[in-house]
Design a protein around this ligand. Structure first.
Ligand code: DX5
Ligand code: ZN
Length: 220
């Protein structure tokens, strides 16, 4: 799989989400940030809204659950129409069982790590995951500054994938822009979430294309 761009709608206009998603036809995925005001100090939307969004677009949805008790709530997002569902390991009680449940429901199973959570303890879980998400900001809000301190972890995660020969995708989320995407791609990321960079651009779709080109250039 090559480079993929998954714009986050967190900074889009929530009063007309269907149209906002229609502005980025070049996106590989649409990243939907689900926040519960407990795991993170912010509140967004739940499965009903995600289901409506899934009906309004042909682009697959990439749900990022920043919620407590994902063991209980994550499978509902596959049922709501998300092709990929990411839970946070810091919130999951039984990450292996949860990843298997997401896959059994027909979704791609993905696990997220906050910036201070190390990847090494989860090495043996990699074959259970279709994607690993490394947060490059503290989760909760769009528009934060990219944390360069995560770059060594991206490199170490990529080395672990190579060691185990897994097809797992490596996603980065937070502060990804034309200024920071090349660093992430060089370190080994291949799936890039970009929120404010895309939705604050005059032409969001052109920004998606520019981000992909920058990442491809850096990986070549
Ligand atoms: C932050 C969210 C991100 C956010 C990214 O908690 O998980 O997906 O929307 O927004 P930017 O790209 O503006 O950092
Ligand atoms: Zn996110």
């Amino acid at each position: 799989m090559g480079i993929q761009i998954t714009p986050s709608i967190l900074n889009a206009d929530f009063s007309r989400l269907g149209e906002e998603v229609g502005r980025i036809p070049s996106a590989d995925w649409i990243h939907v940030d689900v926040m519960d005001n407990h795991f993170v100090p912010n509140l967004t939307f739940g499965p009903t809204m995600v289901e409506a969004l899934a009906r309004s677009t042909d682009t697959p949805l990439d749900a990022h659950l920043m919620i407590e008790d994902p063991d209980r709530h994550a499978p509902a997002y596959v049922e709501a129409g998300c092709a990929s569902v990411t839970f946070h390991v810091e919130a999951a009680k039984a990450p292996v069982r949860l990843a298997r449940e997401i896959r059994a429901a027909g979704g791609r199973a993905s696990m997220a790590l906050k910036p201070a959570t190390p990847v090494e303890p989860y090495e043996d879980l990699l074959p259970e995951l279709d994607m690993l998400l490394l947060m490059t900001v503290e989760p909760g809000f769009g528009g934060q500054k990219f944390l360069d301190l995560v770059l060594p972890k991206i490199r170490r995660a990529r080395a672990l994938f190579d060691k185990h020969g897994v097809e797992t995708w490596l996603q980065v989320d937070g502060g990804v822009s034309l200024e920071t995407i090349e660093r992430c791609a060089e370190a080994g990321a291949d799936v890039f979430v970009a929120g404010s960079a895309v939705y604050s651009a005059d032409d969001p779709d052109a920004m998606v294309t520019a981000l992909r080109a920058a990442a491809e250039g850096a990986r070549a």
